[in-house]
Design a protein around this ligand. Structure first.
Ligand code: UDP
Length: 275
């Protein structure tokens, strides 16, 4: 059965589990050394809502198979994800891998980062939090804002900015971006630069970012703007979103999913299954 994402009301009323992690109040499952929060969609939204209310800086990571593979290739990136504040499973393969370790608590469901990005904008509409979108191709974030404003007229937009690759590498130019975000009184920072660039940039500049929730959100802004097609929810639940995305973008995604991610999944299953 296809179910729609839970409402904010459901999220707000959900009781949280007692503290198990030092960074958030949920149990964690170990997947290749990374602590994945055992949370439902409602839990994630509820927790981020609380973080925003307390203005507790919270660096999220929406872990999918591709990101997991890159953490295996780049030890620095593995550390960044490990040290982030809230890692949740944005992909069925993460749930399957978690299950292979019998000592893990169960991850109840996949939590799609792009739905969370959209719901954070709903929180902005409802509670006045200010949203800044960093990244996506020039013009795409503004297009997404236009669409969001039609749906959520009270959404507060702190700004949008599509940086060139060189700007993110350059310390002074990065500093200017951070000042822009901070001066706009940003509460919610959506970073759409693709993985691992987005997570690495956030981690490098985390101390200076004066914001609440930080969500690296990959292609979510493209989906919201309508420049990329988002897969139906039931496809994501079957773990086939990659196939859907690849069908629409074979040139770019065949190598990622078939050449790299599929063999990695097999290796990861073997590794995760070891006693
Ligand atoms: N992107 C960007 N700057 C870059 C690389 C990517 O703004 O240097 C944007 C890109 O336009 C897209 C988003 O990052 O909007 C996500 O990229 P990708 O599809 O690779 O991420 P995924 O969701 O597949 O992880």
């Amino acid at each position: 059965m296809v179910t729609s994402p839970p409402t904010l009301e459901q999220a707000a009323s959900k009781q949280q589990t007692l503290n198990v992690s030092t960074k958030h109040p949920f149990p964690v499952a170990d997947v290749l050394g990374l602590p994945i929060a055992c949370v439902t969609y409602v839990d994630v939204l509820s927790h981020l809502n609380n973080c925003l209310a307390k203005r507790q800086k919270t660096f999220c990571v929406t872990l999918n198979l591709d990101i997991l593979r890159i953490t295996g290739e780049k030890p620095d990136f593995h550390k960044v994800v490990q040290k982030s504040d809230f890692v949740f499973a944005d992909g069925m393969p993460i749930l399957w891998l978690a299950k292979l370790n019998k000592q893990n608590s169960e991850i109840p469901e996949r939590v799609a980062g792009c739905d969370i990005a959209h719901d954070l904008c709903r929180l902005s509409h409802r509670n006045g939090y200010r949203v800044f979108i960093l990244g996506a191709a020039p013009g795409v974030a503004d297009l997404a804002v236009e669409k969001l404003r039609a749906e959520l007229p009270n959404m507060q937009v702190a700004g949008t900015y599509s940086p060139a690759f060189s700007e993110l590498q350059d310390t002074a130019q990065s500093q200017a971006i951070i000042e822009r975000i901070n001066q706009a009184n940003t509460d919610i920072l959506l970073v759409a630069l693709g993985a691992p660039k987005q997570e690495l940039w956030i981690a490098k500049n985390l101390a200076q970012l004066d914001v609440g929730v930080i969500l690296p959100c990959g292609g979510s802004i493209d989906f919201i703007a309508g420049v990329q097609k988002k897969s139906p929810q039931w496809i994501g639940k079957l773990g086939l979103e990659w196939f859907y995305r690849m069908a629409y973008n074979p040139k770019r995604l065949f190598e990622r999913y078939i050449v790299h991610d599929l063999p990695f999944l097999i290796k990861a299953c073997i590794q995760q299954n070891k006693p």
